[in-house]
Design a protein around this ligand. Structure first.
Ligand SMILES: Nc1nc2c(ncn2[C@@H]2O[C@H](COP(=O)(O)OP(=O)(O)OP(=O)(O)O)[C@@H](O)[C@H]2O)c(=O)[nH]1
Ligand SMILES: [Mg+2]
Length: 325
């Protein structure tokens, strides 16, 4: 009975969300983040209403100015009357405090705007994959009617790279004189950059970083070669370069459309999403099967060399696959 009631409420939330109710949006996101009952059904209901928003990933080393840049981009997009969603995968989110006053003032203006929706997601305590949850939240914002969704991640972990890979356009943000800045950019995230942003261009060393990045692009040309990532200098704190950055994002969007690379990218995203859902369900199933006490004895037998782990794993797999739900 409670199950049925919950289902009805998820369906009702979906209806209210599609009617444009912000409160329903926030509640549905919470539902999905908690993996609450009805969440999957709600996402399924929403799916036909998604696919219109442009997903822009903003990644880079800690403190490079991603949040400030995201704020600036959101403001510039609002000036073009675009509806904006922001998802910050951020252990120390300046959106929720901790930011210096100047940053906070800029963000408060965004918070007051009814056409901007900001969600910070904690990296810890997330059940299942962070990447999967982020994509779910993005889908909800998409269905709600956001034109552009900006996703900020610290470009360090595998989850973050995974999220960046899911974007239509990925910005990799570097800053001059970070010491290991160029290293951080090189370490696997340069290859996912559609646009390289040299932020804090007001600081000395910006021109040098631009030169270094240009050299790196020459040494390892991107594939597909049809798109060479432009390098855009910005000063996120005063808005310099933001409009040009937006122009580059538009250029990349046009390239994705004209070349067919966009459709390919989205199919790749769909494949990873399906795999993530399957992985998640299998993990749960394995957990459920393992929770039965009889496995403990078998593990002890493996330790005593009375059985081998391969045979036990085989039995576990067949139980996971054949045991009814
Ligand atoms: N000088 C200068 N400072 C900047 C610029 N952009 C951002 N900052 C400052 O750099 C600091 C970090 O900015 P954030 O936007 O929080 O950086 P972040 O990359 O989001 O940081 P994390 O989310 O913690 O990784 C803040 O104090 C900003 O005011 C810039 O263009 N020039
Ligand atoms: Mg940040």
């Amino acid at each position: 009975l409670t199950g049925a009631r919950r289902e009805a409420s998820a369906t009702e939330l979906v209806e209210r969300l599609l009617a444009g109710e912000r409160l329903a949006l926030a509640r549905l996101i919470s539902l999905v983040e908690r993996d609450a009952p009805g969440a999957r059904q709600a996402l399924q209901c929403l799916y036909p209403s998604t696919g219109r928003a442009r997903l822009v990933g903003i990644t880079g080393p800690p403190g490079s100015g991603k949040s400030t840049l995201t704020t600036g981009l959101a403001q510039a997009l609002r000036a073009r009357e675009q509806r904006v969603g922001i998802v910050a995968i951020d252990p120390t989110s300046p959106y929720t405090g901790g930011a210096v006053l100047g940053d906070r003032v800029r963000m408060m203006a965004l918070y007051a705007d009814p056409h901007v929706f900001i969600r910070s997601m904690a990296t810890r305590g997330v059940l299942g994959g962070l990447a999967r949850h982020t994509l779910d939240v993005v889908q909800i914002l998409d269905a709600f009617g956001k034109d552009v969704i900006l996703v900020e991640t610290v470009g360090v972990g595998q989850d973050e790279v995974e999220i960046a890979r899911a974007a239509d356009t990925t910005l990799v943000v570097g800053v001059p004189n970070l010491g290991d800045g160029i290293q951080a950019i090189k370490a696997g995230i340069l290859e996912i950059a559609d646009i390289l942003v040299v932020n804090k261009a007001d600081l000395p060393g910006a021109a040098r970083l631009v030169t270094e990045l240009r050299t790196m692009l020459h040494l390892s040309p991107p594939s597909p070669a049809a798109w060479v990532p432009p390098i855009q200098e910005t000063v996120a704190t005063d808005g310099r370069g933001i409009d040009d950055l937006l122009t580059q994002i538009d250029r990349h969007g046009a390239y994705l459309l004209a070349s067919g690379a966009g459709a390919e990218r989205r199919a790749g995203r769909a494949q990873r999403q399906v795999r993530a859902i399957v992985d998640d369900r299998l993990q749960r199933r394995v957990g459920e099967v393992l929770a039965r006490a009889d496995w403990a004895a078998r593990f002890a037998r493996i330790a005593a060399r009375a059985e081998d782990p391969y045979a036990v794993a085989e039995d576990l797999v067949s139980e996971v696959l054949h045991d009814g739900d």
